[in-house]
Design a protein around this ligand. Structure first.
Ligand SMILES: Cc1cc2nc3c(=O)[nH]c(=O)nc-3n(C[C@H](O)[C@H](O)[C@H](O)COP(=O)(O)OP(=O)(O)OC[C@H]3O[C@@H](n4cnc5c(N)ncnc54)[C@H](O)[C@@H]3O)c2cc1C
Length: 424
């Protein structure tokens, strides 16, 4: 088993990222080598899905000394995947949900290390500003939890908030806190970097759409649609919003992919009010049914904002991803109230993505009920990205039999069909 230093050394060789060629790529010391598509003898673990959950799972399994193959239908953090796109909020605030505060804090360390090894930054520790209305229970509970687990928090009175952030309209905001060590993860860059690192350290990556496995007992192999079979001792299906398509009988109705829109507005040239350090990542929790969040103008991509309410169902393979004119109008109304300096800013980019919601927002990390060596991993539910490193570590322990105690909240048994969101 490679120790942490050896693994990281090999991984650092992947700091410059050429495109991952299609087909099978075997890991080598410092290069990506496309090899013949002929299947080699079995792997210890096959991870299906190279989004943030699958990539970190593969990375941790590889680091634990397992022979790993990572397979994705469209490519790591592809345009259809929930992990695609530019950036993701990483925050510690989760109300009373200590489990997610702990995982976010643990993950920050992994993101920081990955960022330090990468050619371009992956974690921007520019702070996260959480704002609430008259009911500040979510903020108070978050603060108690964050302090308990050793995270840092700065409470901001309305006066202090207004003094520090004059570019924010504070109508309906009663209180706020700043997480000074949290921030944003560059999403697609992070997943690509991780996959390249793991390939450089010996993992195999394949681009192939895997057929849904059937049967009972022990799964011997998976099949790529119209192609190779891949043998492994264990299989991790980290297929995000595709999970209900791959396992309709087990997960149909238990994971709901919902349509989500993202808007980028262009601040005027030279206006630094909407870029770090003047503005951190922000989240407006003044209404739990209308949470809005965004990023300052990060790496010149534009000021990002998005509404967190769940949109209608979406098929991740076939959906035509265009934002609706009425959504742009809603975003502009929000800007006029909360960021009046951007009310007339041009819309410079949009994206349509999807959340893969479980019934209450808790993740799914559990064994398949009929296939003993198959693991189901997903249900990021609009807040999963930041936890990728901790999820991957948990999956690696579960698969290698070193998990001290399974987390009941991640069990399949807790995943209902009725949507009752409880994690924010
Ligand atoms: C707009 C938006 C904003 C978000 N904001 C945040 C945020 O600020 N902070 C945060 O923490 N989280 C956020 N999230 C949530 C987070 O991005 C997701 O929870 C997370 O990316 C889910 O990752 P995943 O690996 O489970 O799924 P995915 O990234 O979708 O990966 C699944 C992969 O499986 C592959 N696949 C599927 N079926 C097959 C098959 N049969 N064979 C081979 N491959 C297959 C797909 O191609 C895909 O690459 C946001 C999500 C969205 C959409």
């Amino acid at each position: 088993m490679p120790n942490r230093r050896e693994f990281v050394k090999a991984a650092a060789a992947a700091a410059v990222l050429p495109a991952l060629p299609r087909g099978r790529i075997e890991g080598g010391a410092a290069s990506l080598r496309p090899t013949s598509p002929a299947p080699r003898a079995g792997y210890d673990v096959a991870v299906i899905g190279a989004g943030v959950f699958g990539a970190w799972s593969a990375w941790h399994l590889q680091r634990a000394g397992r022979r790993v193959v990572l397979v994705d239908a469209y490519g790591p953090a592809n345009a259809r995947a929930s992990s695609g796109g530019e950036s993701r909020v990483t925050r510690l605030s989760y109300g009373k949900d200590e489990i997610y505060t702990r995982m976010a804090l643990a993950s920050l360390r992994w993101w920081d290390e990955l960022s330090g090894r990468a050619g371009l930054p992956i974690l921007h520790r520019i702070g996260v500003l959480m704002m609430v209305g008259a009911d500040d229970s979510y903020l108070r509970e978050s603060e108690t939890t964050i302090r308990r687990v050793g995270g840092r928090i700065e409470e901001l009175s309305p006066q202090e908030l207004a003094r520090r952030y004059p570019q924010i309209g504070l109508d309906g905001i009663a209180r706020a806190h700043l997480e000074p060590e949290s921030g944003a993860v560059m999403a697609r860059r992070a997943v690509l970097t991780l996959v390249h690192e793991a390939v450089a350290a010996g993992m195999t990556y394949m681009e192939a759409a895997v057929e849904a496995p059937g049967g009972h007992g022990r799964l011997a192999e998976i099949r790529a649609r119209g192609g190779d079979a891949v043998q492994a001792d264990a299989f991790v299906f980290a297929c995000g919003p595709w999970l209900p398509k791959v396992f309709p009988e087990v997960l149909g109705g238990r994971i709901h992919p919902s349509r989500q829109e993202v808007f980028f507005f262009g601040p005027p040239a030279g206006d630094t009010r909407f870029a770090p350090p003047a503005l951190p990542v922000w989240a407006d929790f003044s209404r739990l049914d209308a949470i809005t969040y965004g990023m300052p103008d990060l790496e010149s991509r534009g000021f990002k904002m998005a509404f967190d309410a769940h949109g209608p169902p979406i098929d991740p393979d076939t959906y035509q991803r265009q934002v609706l004119p009425q959504s742009i109008a809603t975003a502009r109304r929000y800007l006029a109230r909360r960021f009046p300096g951007l009310a007339k800013a041009p819309l410079v980019e949009t994206r349509v993505c999807q959340y893969e919601n479980t019934s209450n927002g808790d993740f799914l990390i559990d064994r398949h009920p009929q296939l003993d060596n198959v693991w189901l991993v997903g249900g990021g539910s609009g807040h999963g990205f930041k936890h990728g490193p901790a999820v991957g570590e948990y999956v690696a322990k579960a698969v290698t039999g070193s998990l001290a105690a399974p987390e009941p909240r991640f069990s399949l048994a807790t995943k209902q069909v009725q949507q009752r969101r409880a994690v924010y």
